[in-house]
Design a protein around this ligand. Structure first.
Ligand code: SAH
Ligand code: SF4
Ligand code: F3S
Length: 455
């Protein structure tokens, strides 16, 4: 072990929050090989790109980044600083591992999301110039097999942490690569999640964000041997001392069940915020996307959620220019946005992904039209977001203080609705939940004054 002591690993993360979580897990498991994390690629003995395949631009970034890394590797080796190994992980690794090996000879290791627990062993196999690729979907449980889980307690995670409870997707929306890159839905057992949540709480974490590609499709084995859904899991996690805030992401409208509604209604620690992507407001496009619900289904669902939790803020994902989308279809998307009103949202131009059904459609929408529609849609969403933020001015809210702000003496925290809030407070207060009056807003955050800290 001592021989490896001062090795450094640089992990660069793209894509969704699950990749952020996985990158931390990879760093944890590499600690068993004597690697400690670094923020500086130049001093890294190992570089890992944790990649995203969701849209073409995301996937292409990998190859341009590998070009840059190759230069760093060469410079390092010239300077006699030793060899730098390069690994590609994540969804591009899963989707086109062989292609990466072919296009980028500089890569030593390709590892898919289902094989991270084998990372230390795979790394060993790259000795003497060997190149290794592992994109199998193993039967064993990657979560329980991850070494070193206890290490987390000693590593600083901040006061808000991600916790993966479910991975993979069985929905097969016709535009989406996730079911192919992450595999079919797998849920972790409740006891494993509770144990991890307790460790996080003991390490000072106050807010946990449960992650899953389809997090509300969670169906894990409960301590009673029965099948537990996400609602039941939230009730259990709400009992853990110190975890004052619970969130979950990303949800599918089809999987919002009564137990989950009850969790929003009855649990103060479940934050009044819901990311519930609708993608489109056109029933024709929703059907072509295989979303398995209509405009009306979605609007009715939102009404039900707002009945149990009137102050809930909604967030969504939208795709413009899906194959076959006409002006009328797009207007339906604008209409659903106006009808629902969102506190925040993400929106994208449709990007054809190899191997997905929609990519083969001969009704692709022209790029110029996609751009026009995206601009209009984003203008509406920005307007809604501003109105939502403005509605908080003059109100009191609780804020979880998370990190130092830009100015000295300033901290940045998060509102229950996931807004960034800047307040004057000393650094020692990071990790506290305080009550704040909101005075004004900027383009990206709210500004407030602390009036007390009840918790
Ligand atoms: N599981 C989540 C979404 C995961 S992907 C859900 O079902 O909602 C995150 C977002 O990326 C999607 O909601 C969608 O809006 C967008 N997206 C996925 N595939 C895309 C594609 N091919 N082109 C453009 N956007 C896409
Ligand atoms: Fe992709 Fe649809 Fe699954 Fe979400 S539900 S991950 S958009 S296939
Ligand atoms: Fe991207 Fe894979 Fe996440 S494709 S969005 S990194 S699940």
């Amino acid at each position: 072990m001592t021989a490896f002591k001062d090795k450094k690993v640089f992990v660069k993360t793209y894509g969704c929050q699950m990749n952020v979580y996985d990158s931390d897990r990879m760093a944890d498991s590499l600690a068993t090989k004597g690697y400690s994390p670094t923020e500086d690629m130049n001093e890294a003995d190992l570089v890992i790109l944790n990649t995203c395949h969701i849209r073409e631009k995301a996937a292409e970034k990998v190859y341009s980044e590998l070009g840059r890394i190759r230069k760093v590797k060469e410079a390092r080796s010239k300077a006699g600083k030793g060899e730098m190994k390069i690994g590609v992980a994540g969804c591009v690794a899963q989707a086109e591992g062989q292609e990466i090996m072919r296009r980028a000879p500089v890569v030593d290791l390709v590892v898919g999301p289902q094989a991270y627990h084998k990372l230390p062993d795979l790394l060993d196999k790259t000795g003497d110039g060997g190149r290794v690729i592992d994109t199998d979907f193993p039967l064993e449980d990657k979560f329980s097999a991850l070494p070193n889980a206890k290490k987390e307690v000693t590593r600083k995670r901040g006061v808000s942490a991600f916790l993966t409870v479910q991975e993979g997707c069985d929905k097969f929306c016709t535009f989406c690569v996730v079911p192919y890159t992450r595999g079919s839905e797998v849920s972790r057992p409740v006891s494993q999640i509770v144990a991890e949540a307790k460790r996080l709480a003991e390490a000072g974490v106050r807010e946990v964000n449960l992650l899953g590609q389809n997090v509300n499709a969670y169906h894990g084995e409960g301590p009673d041997g029965a099948d537990w859904g996400l609602g039941q899991l939230l009730f259990r996690l709400a009992e853990i001392d110190g975890l004052d805030r619970l969130r979950y992401t990303t949800s599918h409208p089809r999987d919002m069940d009564d137990a989950l509604m009850a969790a929003h209604r009855d649990l103060p620690s479940v934050m009044p915020y819901l990311h519930l992507p609708v993608q489109s407001g056109s029933d024709k496009i929703l059907a072509a996307m295989n979303r398995q619900h209509t405009y009306d289904d979605y609007v009715r669902l939102i009404e039900r959620i707002r009945t149990v939790r009137p102050d809930i803020a909604l967030s969504g994902d939208f795709i413009v220019g899906f194959p076959g989308e006409t002006d009328d279809d797009f207007e339906d998307t604008m209409r659903i946005i106006r009808e629902v009103t969102y506190g925040s949202a993400f929106s994208f131009k449709y990007s054809p992904r190899p191997g997905t059904p929609a990519a083969d459609s001969d009704e692709q929408v022209a790029e110029t039209i996609k751009s026009e529609r995206l601009a209009r849609l984003q203008a509406l969403l920005t307007e809604q977001q501003k109105a939502f933020n403005a509605s908080k001015i003059g109100t009191e809210m609780t804020v979880l203080l998370e990190r130092k702000g830009r100015e000295p003496g300033q901290l940045v925290g998060k509102s229950p609705w996931l807004q960034a809030v800047q307040v004057d407070a000393p650094e020692e207060m990071i990790g506290e939940i305080v009550t704040v009056t909101i005075d004004s807003m900027g383009s990206f955050s709210l500004f407030g004054t602390m009036i007390g800290h009840p918790l």
